[in-house]
Design a protein around this ligand. Structure first.
Ligand SMILES: CC(C)(CO)C(=O)C(=O)O
Length: 378
């Protein structure tokens, strides 16, 4: 039987990577790429990893902006969003009429806070809200000068995509959460595989679970990207860890190098690492308070302690020393950055908890200063 069609919104580097691997691992999966100009978008995608170029094809290309007549009769059952966080709202708005409580939305982006923004703007009514899967990935991907063609810099075997299902009590299956249902077919302590998901039986009248099951199975099929399902609490912690890495590395490379600087420079020049340390220290204080209020497991408290966080950030700088961060590229290209969803998100949590947020706030102000200055000089 054919699996639920996956629509992908945001065919930048990460969106292309996911579309390409979904296609390679599931040749019969219907995939629609939602793009602004369908007539000029290429019919094939490609990814070059370790000097080997792989091509994928068989995509349906659809317009991402409203059409006349509108495609209301074509509901979207599963939507994977890989746009920049700053573009999510405007990119999703025209598609809202095609989504319902039977749909699944998967977010794979840098930063945090988009889920909360979408809920409060588009899906306040919990009974009309789609399922949400959130994801995080360190796969290093960059665009080429041709649309649909990317370079995948992570070595073979490196990198992962971690997914988690947001808990939504309105979707419980009697007294079972959907997350427990998803995990119920796992064999002992193994990771959940797409084969475990395939074995799930759909309760009567739950079309939403057909789409969720199909989406999960397709996402977990991408084992060449090391795609894994985590319990939501673990995923949230993985996202917070990535948030601190991005908060310490991305704006500094953007401010200090105006888009020309690679990540490794931050460690080569001691003044750089001094600033990294200050951002990590303040972020650690904020997140430890947040985790304490959540009564998080002591292993998490250790993970978010200053020394551990510093190690995670240093290791990432080392591993990506030749990369230019996405924020540095945004500044170089004079685009709006994702600062509000990275350091801005930490400021928001910190303020709500009464923590000191001066350093993250100053970093936000510096990036916003550059953005404004670039706007004025354009
Ligand atoms: C891990 C890092 C910092 C790599 O450059 C990144 O996630 C980014 O550039 O956004």
């Amino acid at each position: 039987m054919t699996r639920t069609r996956i629509h992908i919104l945001g065919i930048g580097s990460i969106g292309t990577l996911v579309a390409h691997h979904l296609r390679l691992l599931s040749p019969s999966l219907p995939i629609s790429l939602l793009v602004r100009s369908p007539n000029t978008f290429p019919a094939t995608l490609s990814s070059t990893r370790n000097s080997v170029k792989m091509i994928s094809t068989g995509y349906d290309i659809e317009p991402s902006i409203p059409t006349s007549p509108p495609l209301l009769d074509k509901p979207i059952k599963s939507l994977l969003i890989a746009t920049k966080t700053t573009q999510t709202f405007s990119a999703l708005e025209p598609l809202i009429p095609r989504l319902s409580e039977n749909s699944v939305i998967t977010l794979l982006q840098n930063g945090m806070g988009v889920y909360q923004e979408l809920i409060s703007n588009f899906f306040q009514d919990e009974f009309k809200r789609p399922h949400f899967i959130l994801g995080t990935t360190p796969h290093a991907v960059s665009p080429s000068d041709r649309r649909g063609q990317i370079y995948h810099h992570s070595a073979i075997g490196d990198g992962f995509i971690k997914w988690g299902l947001v808990h939504d009590p309105s979707k419980d299956i009697e007294d079972l959460t959907v997350e427990s249902w998803i995990w119920s077919r796992r064999i002992e302590d193994d990771a959940v595989s797409s084969r475990d998901i395939e074995k799930l039986e759909i309760p009567n009248g739950r079309d939403d679970l057909v789409h969720l099951k199909d989406t999960m199975a397709s996402l977990l099929d991408m084992n060449d990207l090391n795609s894994q399902l985590l319990p939501y609490e673990d995923l949230n912690h993985a996202m917070l860890l990535k948030l601190v890495v991005n908060a310490a590395v991305n704006p500094l490379t953007a401010i200090l190098g105006r888009g020309q600087m690679t990540n490794g420079k931050l460690k080569e020049i001691p003044y750089g690492i001094n600033i990294v340390d200050q951002i990590v220290k303040e972020s650690s204080d904020i997140l430890l308070k947040y985790l304490d209020l959540e009564s998080a497991d002591p292993t998490y408290l250790k993970m978010f302690g200053y020394e551990n966080l510093k190690k995670t950030v240093y290791d990432t700088i080392e591993a990506t020393s030749l990369n230019t961060t996405s924020m540095a590229v945004d500044i170089r290209e004079k685009r709006k950055t994702e600062i509000d969803y990275i350091n801005g998100y930490l400021v928001k949590i910190g303020e709500a908890l009464g923590c000191k947020t001066d350093i993250n706030r100053m970093i936000c102000d510096m990036i916003k200063f550059i953005e404004e200055e670039q706007k004025l000089s354009n």
